[in-house]
Design a protein around this ligand. Structure first.
Ligand code: GLY
Ligand code: MN
Ligand code: MN
Length: 499
């Protein structure tokens, strides 16, 4: 016989929660008045206001923009992943950390028309504060008040329940796609065209008709050039990441010989990131031996053996949610073997050529081109290319890419692969401008079963990744403090292990 209780209601069957009127009266009484908090205006607030004004200025007709933070994602049953807001929401509100699930920024048509809709704290005269496992104070701590959030962000705040009122407008209503399905459905309803995200023919963005997809594109493109606050946060993220790399080197004696030495490395970096920042900016790649030839090796469950190279690709994400993205390939014994050093030097030379190409006015794709020029010639010198390097570099050839199938660079910021929805003509084909931040990360990866390379190269993977700021007349390597020349890497490791 089937149980009449619906499946979705059964998740709390394990607990016997009191709900009698006697208990309700008891649990909702006897609390001291709330102590006033000391929230102050966020240092990001003014920058976020400037970004909101620049966002609205992209549109030639009146628009109201809906920017959801997003909802927690279920990890298993009634347990969620740690919440991380959508990057567009963080960029336009200045809120970081885990703020704020379910919140929605509604902006425009004028920059002063900006309201942050939030779920208010549950009153202690309700059962929510002790019974709601996602939002109740007994379960997740006190929620910020609307007044505190207004102070923090400089935005007008309102109860999330009133969001439908904020969607009533004469302006064209656009929502960031894919951020929050329930909010998208509300917007569709407010537009009176369920499931239809098209807008009036006269709405233009940079002279192009827009729809929700164009807003998704716009929030990405607004982040292509970083402001002073963002650059400062990325400097902090890089410094914190370098400190994490130092901790990993200090942990190497413990990791080498451990059955899951890669996890010792991953755990060391994660512990550091959680201590000094919000989290890691992406899953750490701790790849020893031939795992280093797997580009996104995040299983991190292998041993680290004497003589191995350890490829560590890791980044600390600060509480502001800006992240670094750095890679070093370290000789576990403290010294590169001659063949490891030969491969390492080729990658370093490719990176240096990419750095030399960076200045305003150059196309993003030319940075990659500079690195490929070096690698193709080096692989040809080693006798690995079936054609001359000039031929391999032709677009319909590309034999050298067998050993580096990824790109050399990506924009970096709130998302590790930032600005991903920007148009191709502004990203890959885009022209570099001061304030852009991206990675330079060439590599060479010789799979252990690659019959086209000499045996001595097989199983070697090397990547060197730095974070670069375009300046008025060139670039600055934000991660220059992390040694990258092979001699400097060896000396740095020796000094850390001696201290
Ligand atoms: N850590 C991923 C990347 O370097 O793009
Ligand atoms: Mn990267
Ligand atoms: Mn990386």
């Amino acid at each position: 016989m089937s149980d009449p209780q619906p499946l979705e209601q059964r998740v709390t069957n394990r607990s016997l929660r009191p709900d009698s009127p006697t208990f309700l009266a008891w649990v909702t009484s006897g609390w001291a008045p709330r102590v006033a908090t000391s929230v102050t205006r966020s240092p990001a607030a003014d920058h976020a206001a400037d970004r909101r004004a620049r966002m609205l200025a992209r549109f030639d007709t009146p628009v109201r923009l809906v920017v959801p933070a997003g909802v927690p994602k279920v990890r298993s049953n009634d347990t969620d992943y740690r919440f991380r807001p959508h990057a567009a929401f963080t960029h336009l509100t200045g809120l970081g950390g885990e703020q704020e699930p379910d919140a929605v920024l509604v902006l425009g048509p004028d920059p002063d028309d900006a309201t942050l809709y939030l779920r208010p704290p549950a009153g202690r005269d309700t059962s929510e504060f002790f019974s709601d496992t996602r939002a109740g104070e007994f379960w997740v701590g006190p929620r910020p008040t609307l007044a505190d959030m207004a102070t923090l962000t400089g935005l007008r705040t309102a109860d999330l329940a009133d969001l439908p009122d904020g969607l009533v407008t004469e302006a064209d209503l656009l929502v960031v796609p894919g951020a929050d399905a329930a909010v998208s459905a509300l917007v569709d309803k407010a537009r009176g065209r369920p499931g239809d995200d098209t807008v009036r023919d006269d709405t233009v963005l940079n002279d192009t008709r827009v729809d929700d997809a164009a807003l998704g594109e716009a929030v990405s493109e607004l982040r292509l050039v970083k402001d002073a606050y963002e650059i400062a946060e990325m400097r902090r993220a890089v410094a914190a990441t370098i400190a994490g790399f130092e901790q990993v080197v200090r942990a190497l004696p413990r990791a080498v010989g451990h059955a899951r030495g890669e996890r010792v490395v991953e755990g060391t970096f994660l512990g550091h990131a959680r201590t000094v920042g919000n989290h890691v900016g992406y899953e750490t790649i701790a790849a020893a031996g031939d795992h280093a030839t797997v580009l996104h090796w995040t299983d991190d469950d292998g041993p680290i053996r004497p003589g191995d190279l350890l490829l560590l690709d890791a980044g600390v994400e600060m509480d502001s949610l800006y992240t670094a993205d750095l890679t070093r390939t370290l000789p576990v014994d403290g010294r590169y073997t001659p063949v490891q050093r030969r491969v390492y030097q080729a990658v370093l030379d490719a990176a240096d050529a990419a750095f030399a190409a960076v200045r305003p006015g150059v196309r993003f794709r030319e940075v990659h081109g500079a690195a490929m020029e070096v690698l193709a010639h080096r692989l040809a010198e080693w006798g690995l290319l079936p054609v001359a390097p000039e031929v391999a570099l032709e677009l319909d050839q590309q034999q050298h890419r067998r050993w580096m199938v990824h790109g050399t660079s990506h924009h970096l910021g709130l998302d590790v692969h930032d600005c991903a929805q920007a148009r191709r003509e502004l990203y890959l084909d885009g022209v570099l401008e001061p304030g852009m931040v991206f990675t330079i990360e060439p590599g060479l990866y010789f799979q252990p079963d690659d019959l086209l390379v000499p045996v001595e190269y097989r199983g070697i993977g090397v990547r060197i990744e730095d974070d670069v700021l375009v300046t008025a007349d060139g670039c600055e390597n934000l991660s220059a403090a992390l040694p990258r020349e092979p001699d400097a890497v060896e000396a740095w490791m020796a000094s850390l292990l001696a201290s």
